[in-house]
Ligand binder design. Structure first.
Ligand code: AR6
Length: 176
């Protein structure tokens, strides 16, 4: 499903983010940019060693921030690496940090003059963020961004299971 907010299409798809053809895909990385499991592992495997070479040079990324590298062998030209919070109990600034991860990724894409970006469900795997709350923050941050910024024409959320697709889609319906 999709919805147009101001000049931007916000879209939910069920699939594998490494196949995406948007200008950038976002990686749910760790602070060391060291690679890992989940979507991080999948992106490095599909994109090849050029991505890790640049990650090593950058050296790291604090939680809530974002950095950009080549997309290597991916169809996407760039990978934006952001670090979502590890979810503990919800009272350790997790929501603000997750919002920052989305917001800073969008701002980095805009500053690079990119027109389209794909996000995975940041923090909802290894980092344990409850899916419903994470979906609300993800969509709300993207909707707010699209209301104030018109340069990015497509923001796609790529969900890896039908359950996540349904959760994200219902949050989008609630927010528009
Ligand atoms: N395409 C789209 N979504 C995916 C894919 C894929 N190919 N693979 C997994 N997901 P996670 P996190 C979904 O664990 O929670 C790594 O080790 C997955 O189902 O990848 O932010 C890093 O190095 C889930 O909904 O990221 C960090 O140490 C979502 O992507 C840590 O995990 C995020 O799950 C980051 O944990």
């Amino acid at each position: 499903m999709q919805s147009k907010i101001n000049k931007t299409i916000i879209e939910m798809v069920y699939g594998n983010i490494t196949e995406e053809t948007t200008d950038a895909i976002v990686n749910a990385a760790n602070e060391h940019l060291a690679g890992g499991a989940g979507v991080d592992g999948a992106i490095h495997r599909a994109g090849g060693p050029a991505i890790m070479d640049e990650c090593r040079k950058i050296g790291g990324c604090p939680t809530g921030q974002a950095v950009i590298t080549t997309g290597g062998n991916l169809k996407a030209k760039y990978v934006i690496h952001t670090v979502g919070p590890i979810y503990r109990d919800g009272i350790r600034n997790e929501a603000k940090l997750l919002e920052s991860a989305y917001r800073n990724s969008l701002e980095l894409a805009r500053n690079k003059n990119l027109r389209s970006i794909s996000f995975p469900a940041i923090s909802t795997g290894v980092y344990g963020y409850p899916a419903n709350e994470a979906a609300y923050i993800a969509i709300k941050t993207c909707v707010d961004f699209a209301q104030d910024n018109t340069d990015i024409k497509l923001i796609r959320h790529v969900l890896f299971s039908k359950d996540f697709y349904d959760i994200f889609s219902s949050q989008l319906k609630n927010l528009i």
